[in-house]
Design a protein around this ligand. Structure first.
Ligand code: PMP
Length: 406
């Protein structure tokens, strides 16, 4: 019946945030130990500027773009807002998918409102893949921008961006992708994939939190309209003193991720598949969400039949994972992603996202399987005290990330 989770803590919440890679710790620490504003013309300033230049080249190498097509931001939320706001044009509509992160869907709603345009929301199939028929219908309205995420944060489901780009470009629309969950985890080559705009966030692939970037293809995006007024940093597109230590860490994480990408993805997929097979065997009735193959290697979204995710997570305090519901405005809302895929509210409430990454070990997975199995026994025993006799009463609080928009 599994085993109670004890130390060491098992971290399976990489889609919320990943541990900082040692290379990024070293680069950020070195930058913190130095002084210099990257805009200053003296030696200290020029050193900071060259740290930024080097990081820009490393991120560009990871993406297959030009360094000057990147604008450093505080993360993907800002990059998404900057992209959508820059593309918006008076009276023109925007197209987003139903499973976007709120940093895209809410930005699109606000921006469309301010330019007197409309937002078309494209649904997804039961496996989380995009409804291309709905995309084609929305494209008939001549939108100015289509924003479709590269990989979903809750299920890991990947979109066929080549196809989205082709269809959208044929209809004269720009294409943005929130690639927060894909960058640093699977290869991407912007010299071939002709996206116009792409957002990324460093903390999902081993950089410190609070740093990211927007890619804006040279020559195709009309103009980047800054979100704030201020100085001429990032060629006037993102005013404010650059976060040099964070950017140094982002560059180092990009370089390390690029170096290890293929073998890391293959290793993580083996661990994830083993985790799923063993949990689904040990806990009958458990279902996996999302397309079986077309998804990130490290994500597992599992629905535990009749077992609420919050109770399960409380029963495994030594394991960090996320539930498919978010506490917004004091009410527990079911995940919009799972609902868009056709899960019922009850099924969404019984869903947990486990996400693995660069530092996950085989031992973590062995222990996680035992720990999840044990938690399901505890919760079943608590819910049905007369039918189960073996499970001990559970104690302990809850750790780990809970919000589905993390
Ligand atoms: N988009 C997606 C798909 C995400 O998963 C996240 C992070 N949870 C964000 C955007 C926001 O990123 P950041 O934390 O860098 O603002």
């Amino acid at each position: 019946m599994g085993q109670k989770c004890t130390d060491p803590f098992i971290y399976l919440d990489y889609n919320a945030t990943a541990p900082v890679r040692p290379e990024a710790v070293a680069a950020t620490t070195a930058s913190l130990a130095a002084v210099g504003n990257a805009s200053s013309v003296h030696t200290a300033g020029r050193d900071a500027a060259s740290t930024v230049d080097q990081a820009r080249e490393r991120v560009a190498a990871l993406l297959g773009c030009l360094p000057n097509e990147l604008i450093f931001t505080s993360g993907a939320t800002e990059a998404n807002n900057l992209a959508i706001r820059s593309a918006a044009t008076h009276g023109r509509s925007l197209v987003v998918s139903a499973v976007e992160h709120p940093a895209v869907s809410e930005a699109a709603a606000a921006v469309a409102n301010s330019v007197a345009g409309k937002v078309y929301t494209i649904g997804v199939h039961r496996d989380g893949t995009l409804r291309l028929d709905e995309l084609e219908e929305a494209l008939a309205a001549s939108p100015v921008l289509v924003s479709v995420m590269a990989a979903n944060n809750e299920t890991g489901v990947l979109n066929n961006l080549d196809l989205v780009v082709r269809l959208a470009h044929e209809a004269g629309a720009l294409v943005h992708s929130d690639a927060t969950q894909l960058v640093g985890r699977l290869p991407i080559d912007l010299s071939k994939l002709r996206l116009d705009l792409l957002s990324l966030s460093g903390h999902k692939f081993g950089a410190p939190q609070g740093v990211g970037a927007l890619f804006a293809r040279r020559g195709t995006v009309p103009a980047i309209r800054p979100l704030a007024y201020g100085g001429g940093h990032e060629r006037g597109r993102r005013p404010g003193t650059l976060n040099v230590p964070g950017i140094a860490g982002l560059g180092a994480a990009a370089q390390a991720a690029r170096r290890d990408l293929e073998q890391e993805a293959a290793r993580i997929k083996v661990l994830r598949d083993r985790f799923e097979t063993e949990v689904m065997t040990a806990v009958p009735g458990t279902r996996r969400n999302g397309h079986p193959d077309q998804r990130l290697p490290g994500v597992s979204s599992l629905t535990f039949d009749g077992l609420p995710a919050d109770a399960l997570l409380a029963a495994m305090p030594g394991l960090a994972a996320s539930e498919g519901s978010a506490c917004s405005s004091g009410a527990l809302e079911p995940s919009h992603v799972l609902l868009a895929m056709g899960l019922s509210r009850d099924e969404a409430d019984c869903t947990i996202r486990f996400s693995l990454g660069h530092a996950t070990t085989a031992d973590d997975i062995d222990r996680a399987v035992r720990c999840v199995t044990y938690a399901t026994h505890l919760v079943r025993a608590a819910l049905h005290p007369n039918t189960t006799t073996t499970a001990p009463a559970h104690s302990g609080g809850q750790e780990g990330t809970r919000r589905h928009d993390a």
